[in-house]
Design a protein around this ligand. Sequence first.
Ligand code: ATP
Ligand code: ZN
Length: 301
Amino acid sequence: MTKPKDARIKIAIQKSGRLTEHSLELLQRCGLKYTRGPDQLIAYGENMPVDVLMVRDDDIPGLVRDDVCDLGIAGMNIVEERRLHFLERDPAQPFRIVRQLDFGHCRLAFGYPEGGSVLSKADLAGTRIATSYPSIVRDYLAREGIKAQVVEFSGSVEIAPSLGRADVICDLVSTGATLAANKLREGETILESTAALLQTPVAVPEEKSAWIGRLLQRVEGVLQVRGSKYIMMHAPRSALAQIAALLPGSESPTVLPLEGRDDRVAVHVVCRENVFWETLESLKSIGASSLLVLPVEKMLA
Ligand code: ATP
Ligand code: ZN
């Protein structure tokens, strides 16, 4: 007999850190209302059969691979590191990367000591590279045909050169301030990262499929909305093609007649991109007037 609990979808997100707030916000925008359990490790969905497990980000890919969680949100840096690690042991893809999300931007890049002999990747041969991402770095070195030694650090990678434990580092960077504070110069980027949505490799069970489908569709909608604007204007009927060219994603606008005018129409379009002042000025210069740009609240394709 299946217990009703089994039909609940489990999503793993970071318990506390850079991705936590954005991950919870994304789920809330998908309509999820939840209460935190007393231990704060699980947030129970009240209005959907969805529970959110709050864990360390490093554990998320493994939880999704092992089908303990149906979905997970983690940085591509962690996702790729774990994926390569799992692939060394088992050739089957450990999870599905459903899509990259619009938060958690950072890059995995080399850091070279100022005044040192390594100036670029061309000088990496024979060096010791400190990193918390050994699989990604080894994969990069193999692809570039560089023979160097990878020294694994679980944290504070940036102090490895001054401790004499490594010659260079490869670590996450967003502003570069940590590198500068440790007298390191930023080198080549080997991975541009954002948060990503993962899904278990196991086929979705019948009892969960409807809600998983709805959730994935809502995530898609939330991401589209965040980058979209609703634009209204009056414009010469003859300028419709020019308007479409100026507004990406506005291929089929709604065109409405204006009372008492044959030459001008009202145009409503959803533009799948932010609209800047320059675009509005260009629209005005081809005869548009009464321009309004509105945020989009929800969208369902
Ligand atoms: P945990 O306790 O969950 O292991 P953590 O210390 O590994 O936390 P955070 O520092 O909170 O993780 O970073 C989480 C993710 O945020 C990173 O894996 C990365 O994808 C992303 N991120 C965005 N900007 C940065 C940055 N400047 N430095 C580090 N990570 C960043
Ligand atoms: Zn971590």
